[in-house]
Design a binder for this molecule. Structure first.
Ligand SMILES: *Cc1c(COP(=O)(O)O)cnc(C)c1O
Length: 636
């Protein structure tokens, strides 16, 4: 327990890489606490531990989502300014107009903040479904901003788009399929509204990464070259050519390699130029989403990383389009991008308390020789007692063999539980010592490096992976995870994270690392008299909204934090209570009132039968009702 060692900030950085994945928004202060710097380096950070303390004071239970609204603003401004700068540098004749695809995080407060911060830039919104469009129609009130509509569309979806046109919004219907075009033109004629039309093209380039299938010829969305030409013919014939303003493509999310962006821009800009030459009056080229986030901090083409930054992305988009348009001698379009992940990922994190550890390596069982004990126990004791630097490999192999034998022996009824426990204890005691010896080796064999994994603990955290880190479970996405404080103290417990669902998949056992994905991270020894919180970071994109209610663990409590001056002060502007047990039961079609009534009837019967005293029965009924109002997570 007492191997406390002071740790420098540099060591903390090397271990948790927050200077690499944090894009300047995260740092450790003199107290060893993790801080958020909404203005990047040149401000005093908001101490996350202080936010947690404030939450405790306000009786807001963890696990919780903390949103740093200022970080969200900063991301919006940063993207827009970066594009403006790239446009100025390239002396580009078009403008940049961003739209935020709300599927990435539809939370009202997120959308409002983005619109507010994006107002000077006429930032708009993108919808991909009817429900999203209904939201966007009400929220995108700036007549200069764009509303881009993707996804498959039925007639109601198209008619809602026409409603947007009717009230003077720049609503662009992006045609994903030829049948949509037919129906859009019909409805436009019927309701006598001139639509704004976009055409989505399938590019032949396909990029690496987890979302590769969004691009390429077999992509789900978009028109093939033949269909593009047919669409133009139809638009011409039906007199809608003047409405056709935008060319759209989307390669997929989290493009890891900037070369894919460059290639897509070249291909897309060619398509744009050729269409313009065919007489289509395009004004916008929409390069879709895909601007990635460096989750693992490696600045590489790893699936959870990117080998470029916002600046390089913007500059490659702008220069790439300019070059092709000059070559083709057509005017440069206004550039639209639909970056969602890069805007929202950084602003929110999940805070969860470690509520215990699950240790495989039990070492404190009494192993002294007993009268008549089985020979296997003696063998293990003898082997282990011979352990020294010169023979640890041999001892390790022998110990594994005896442990395996003991399992067979136990299953055959030859050894008893106490003997089995002794053998295991001796085994773990030895492996721990071997582990220390292995640590000093420069090139341990694979066998021996696996040993470290077998010795690690699982830290049990009060949250659900399925609700709060869905992509970590579903697609093996890496998210940075680290403690909130004690970062001036060397963490020396290697562990993975287990959640509180009853699902063995409910764990996180892949972590960011500069070399190769790690199965464990170092966390601190738990102090009995101190709460220990772990943060899961960069959860603002997709994770925040995609989670499910596995085991009926519901949505998390949320606090929205704003900075207050430049001294690290902050205030919690809004608290959104997470799901109560009553809420999650209701979504599964149970009536909480009926459940309560049923349980009361059951208790009443026991009272009538004389098994429970009436006074006690009332208390049990009250207790059940009270629990319906509780948070779904553990009360700790
Ligand atoms: C999902 C999606 C986006 C958002 O992509 P990010 O990689 O999160 O920026 C943009 N456009 C379309 C068409 C999408 O489907």
């Amino acid at each position: 327990m007492n191997n406390y060692r002071e740790w420098t900030k540099e060591e903390a950085k090397r271990t948790f890489l927050f200077d690499r994945w944090g894009s300047g928004y995260f740092d450790v202060n003199a107290n060893g606490h993790l801080c958020v710097h909404p203005e990047k380096e040149n401000s005093i950070g908001i101490d996350i531990n202080e936010v947690i303390e404030e939450m405790k004071e306000q009786k807001i239970a963890s696990p919780a989502v903390i949103r740093f609204q200022d970080v969200l603003r900063s991301r919006v401004i940063d993207l827009n300014e970066t594009f403006s700068n790239a446009i100025a540098e390239a002396n580009y004749s078009g403008k940049y107009i961003g739209v935020y695809p709300i599927k990435v995080n539809q939370m009202r407060e997120v959308v409002e903040e983005i619109l507010e911060a994006g107002k000077p830039y006429n930032m708009g919104l993108e919808a991909g479904s009817k429900a999203e469009l209904m939201c966007v129609l009400a929220y995108n009130r700036n007549p200069e901003a764009l509303t881009i509509l993707n996804g498959y569309k039925d007639n109601e979806y198209l008619r809602l788009a026409l409603l947007g046109r009717k009230v003077g919004r720049k609503v662009l219907v992006v045609i994903e399929k030829m049948t949509e075009l037919e129906r859009l033109l019909e409805l436009s004629e019927k309701y006598k509204v001139r639509p704004l039309i976009g055409l989505r093209t399938k590019l032949s380039i396909k990029c690496a990464g987890k979302w590769a299938d969004s691009g390429g010829e077999r992509a789900k969305f978009g028109l093939t070259t033949t269909e593009l030409i047919q669409a133009v013919e139809i638009l011409e014939k039906r007199n809608f050519m003047d409405c056709t303003k935008l060319l759209h493509f989307h390669l997929g999310s989290q493009i890891t390699d900037i070369r894919n962006v460059k290639d897509a821009i070249s291909e897309g800009a060619r398509v744009y130029s050729k269409l313009v030459k065919m007489g289509v009056p395009l004004e916008y080229m929409d390069v879709g989403g895909g601007l990635g986030v460096d989750y693992d901090g490696t600045h590489s083409t790893n699936e959870s990383s990117i080998n470029y930054g916002n600046k390089e992305y913007a500059s490659d988009v702008v220069w790439g389009i300019k070059q092709i348009c000059e070559d083709e001698n057509v005017p440069c379009p206004n550039i639209v991008s639909e970056s969602g992940r890069a805007i929202t990922a950084h602003h929110s994190c999940v805070i969860t308390k470690v509520i215990g550890s699950i240790k495989t390596a039990q070492t404190d069982f009494e192993t002294t020789k007993a009268e008549g004990e089985h020979n296997l126990v003696k063998q293990m004791r003898d082997v282990v007692s011979e352990l020294k630097k010169e023979n640890f490999n041999e001892v390790y192999n022998d110990a594994i063999k005896i442990k395996d034998d003991s399992i067979s022996a136990f299953n055959l009824g030859v050894i008893n539980l106490v003997e089995k426990a002794k053998i295991e204890t001796l085994y773990w005691q030895a492996t721990q010592k071997i582990d220390e010896m292995v640590d000093q080796l420069e090139f341990p064999s694979d066998d021996l490096s696996n040993l470290q994994d077998s010795l690690t603990s699982q830290y049990l955290c009060n949250f659900s992976v399925f609700q709060s880190a869905a992509d970590s479970w579903a697609i093996g996405q890496l998210l940075p995870i680290m403690p909130i404080k004690r970062l001036n103290e060397k963490p020396n417990v290697w562990c993975s994270i287990a959640d509180i669902t009853c699902d063995s998949d409910g764990k996180i056992d892949h972590f960011i690392n500069l070399e190769e994905e790690a199965k464990n991270i170092p966390l601190h020894e738990l102090n009995p008299d101190e709460d220990y919180y772990v943060g899961i970071f960069l959860t603002g994109a997709y994770q925040d909204v995609m989670g499910d209610m596995h085991n009926l663990f519901g949505r998390l409590n949320e606090v929205h934090v704003y900075k207050d001056g430049d001294e690290g002060d902050f205030y919690i502007e809004e608290v959104i209570p997470g799901g109560k047990i009553r809420d999650v039961l209701s979504t599964m079609q149970y009536s909480p009132e009926f459940l309560s009534y049923r349980v009361k009837r059951i208790i009443d019967k026991e009272i009538a039968d004389g098994n429970i005293r009436p006074r006690e029965g009332v208390k049990w009924v009250d207790f059940y009702d009270q629990c319906l109002e509780e948070y779904t997570y553990l009360k700790t």
